[in-house]
Design a protein around this ligand. Structure first.
Ligand code: URA
Length: 299
């Protein structure tokens, strides 16, 4: 790609040249901490959601990632100012935990074996009729997913926000516009990829998805992945990364590591809504996009 064209892509993403990488931030420990541990908080259009309650405890991710050759992992020790934050709530417990609930407390999960057999039209229809969790009572539309059903790249976000709930399409708000720009930056149009969320229905007030909601919705995303069989998955934000990869690792620590979902390479990056609020992190997202391109080309 020639220089001018690359600059065009960078401009589209709002990255102001390469000075960002080497520039000394005003408050480096705090900036690092934000990048590693706080990450996305106002993901779906609202601007009033709380910061992550606490950094996740140190634990190896399910898929035992190794540092990617394409991008350097930037994990360092937790800053001391994070120590005073409250402990994790139940919402952050691994999704697998629902398996151990007593039968009468288990969420009304769509039968996985059943969903596993559905083709695209029937899967979409099933999602449209889903009443497996309480979110069906407050939704306007289900948000199934959008894009090319033969795409090489699958983008997975968190859950619909107000705009998405209204329109029935993922990532149509401001975060969606930045996502589109990020995709253009790597030479892809929105229509070239497939975009889906962990949840198909909007959590009221843009709160985080609950464990039982994510568990109830999981068979649908699993089936979408199985039908699509993308070459790579770009997982945007904490909620997507935690639910897809069954880890509680901070996004900042997951960046630059190799993960797999059902054998498919997964690249974890920041949520576009977080990047809207922390534009200085866009250079890191740009690195992650490069890593995704590397995965696409590797297959
Ligand atoms: N944020 C998400 O994670 N998904 C959407 O669809 C929109 C905003």
């Amino acid at each position: 790609m020639d220089r001018a064209r690359r600059q065009q892509y960078l401009d589209a993403m709002g990255i102001q040249g390469w000075a960002v990488r080497g520039a000394a931030p005003e408050d480096p420990p705090r900036q690092e901490a934000i990048a590693r541990d706080v990450e996305d908080t106002t993901l779906r259009g609202a601007d009033s959601r709380a910061v992550d309650p606490a950094p996740a405890p140190e634990s190896p991710p399910a898929s035992s990632p190794v540092p990617s050759p394409a991008i350097a992992a930037d994990a360092t020790d937790m800053p001391s100012w994070m120590d005073d934050l409250p402990p994790l709530t139940d919402d952050f417990a691994p999704v697998e935990d629902v398996d151990s609930l007593p039968a009468d407390m288990a969420p009304a999960q769509p039968q996985r074996s059943d969903v596993e057999r559905l083709d695209w039209p029937h899967l979409e229809q099933r999602v449209g009729e889903c009443e497996a969790c309480e979110l069906h009572t407050s939704r306007t539309n289900t948000v199934f997913g959008v894009g090319n059903r033969e795409a090489d790249l699958l983008v997975i976000g968190e859950a619909p926000g107000a705009d998405e709930d209204r329109q029935g399409e993922p990532f149509v708000g401001r975060a969606g516009q930045l996502l589109n720009a990020m995709l253009r930056a790597i030479g892809l149009q929105r229509d070239d990829v497939y975009i889906a969320n962990i949840l198909k229905c909007r959590p009221p007030g843009n709160r985080d998805p609950r464990q039982e909601e994510a568990a109830a919705c999981e068979p649908y995303l699993r089936r979408q992945v199985a039908l699509l069989r993308p070459k790579a998955i770009l997982c945007v934000g904490r909620v997507a990364a935690h639910n897809l990869l069954k880890t509680e690792e901070a996004v900042g620590r997951m960046r630059g590591k190799d993960y797999r979902y059902d054998q498919i390479p997964v690249v974890v990056t920041y949520h576009p809504a977080y990047l809207l609020r922390s534009p200085d992190q866009k250079a890191k997202a740009w690195q992650d996009l490069q890593a995704a391109v590397t995965r696409l080309k590797a297959v």
